[in-house]
Design a protein around this ligand. Structure first.
Ligand SMILES: [Zn+2]
Length: 257
């Protein structure tokens, strides 16, 4: 059994907060920190002390709570090394592609996945099969392309796609139900997608989070990882186009869906 315990909770309107707790050393990590009060509530409820904040990217809904958490816990803040258009408060170590370190004796690898923002990094724990995708990959969707271009984002998603299928994915927003509506509109006959949407509707109705998801399921259902699907290509009249062109058509269609 893993010595890492994960607490998943909501903050703001649709953000996911995540805490990782090492049962042996009692070290606790926050993945992003958009709202200090919500993180503190979960830390206090569990009797955990915050040791570090791992930041995925500079957006305010991921960083607004850092200053207050830092003041209370004197925690270490690590996050993107490069390309951040907005500095991250109290950052003591910048991370970049292929950087790695240990947490709970498990390796943590950094993937740089620009596109949503240029600074975006994701945290991957290969021996635990866990991946924290930030705002790059969502369940049944992907992040809006704000700072990079379509090709950059497509390549970042491809990097995630190359991880093992069994990888468990924690993303940073509860968008699954809305993403499912778009996914179904571009691939109406996808049976795996239809059954995933049924499951998601039940989870949402029961007030349960729809994540974690896993890479295998996303490859079967997430249109942004399915640019080779003939149904999707036909929908956009791009049967013989490149994957990047299909991805770009999908992302633009989703932006105005
Ligand atoms: Zn963001």
């Amino acid at each position: 059994m893993s010595r890492i315990e994960i607490a998943l909770f909501n903050y703001l309107s649709d953000n996911f907060g995540i805490l990782l707790h090492d049962k042996h050393t009692k070290k606790t990590i926050a993945i992003d920190a958009g709202d200090a009060a919500c993180y503190n509530k979960v830390l206090d409820k569990n009797g955990w002390h915050l040791s570090e904040i791992w930041v995925t990217h500079h957006h305010w809904d991921h960083t607004d709570g850092i200053n207050s958490l830092y003041k209370r816990w004197n925690c270490k803040v690590i996050g993107p090394a490069n390309n951040s258009t907005v500095p991250i408060a109290h950052l003591s170590q910048g991370l970049t592609e292929e950087d790695s370190f240990l947490f709970a004796d498990s390796p943590v690898k950094i993937l740089h996945t620009p596109g949503h923002t240029l600074d975006m990094i994701n945290f991957y724990l290969p021996s635990e099969n866990i991946f924290f995708s930030g705002d790059t990959l969502f369940s049944l969707g992907c992040g809006r392309v704000f700072e990079g271009d379509m090709e950059t984002m497509y390549k970042s998603l491809n990097k995630i796609s190359a991880l093992p299928n069994k990888t468990i994915i924690y993303c940073s927003h509860e968008y699954t139900k809305a993403n499912g509506k778009f996914a179904l509109s571009v691939e109406t006959q996808n049976k795996a997608l239809i059954s995933r949407i049924d499951e998601v509707e039940e989870m949402v109705a029961a007030n349960k989070p729809t994540i974690p998801t896993n890479l295998e399921l996303e490859k079967q259902t997430n249109p942004f990882l399915r640019t080779s699907s003939p149904l999707i290509r036909e929908k956009f009249n791009l049967l013989n186009s490149s994957d990047i062109e299909v991805f770009s058509a999908l992302r633009k269609a989703k932006d105005t869906f």
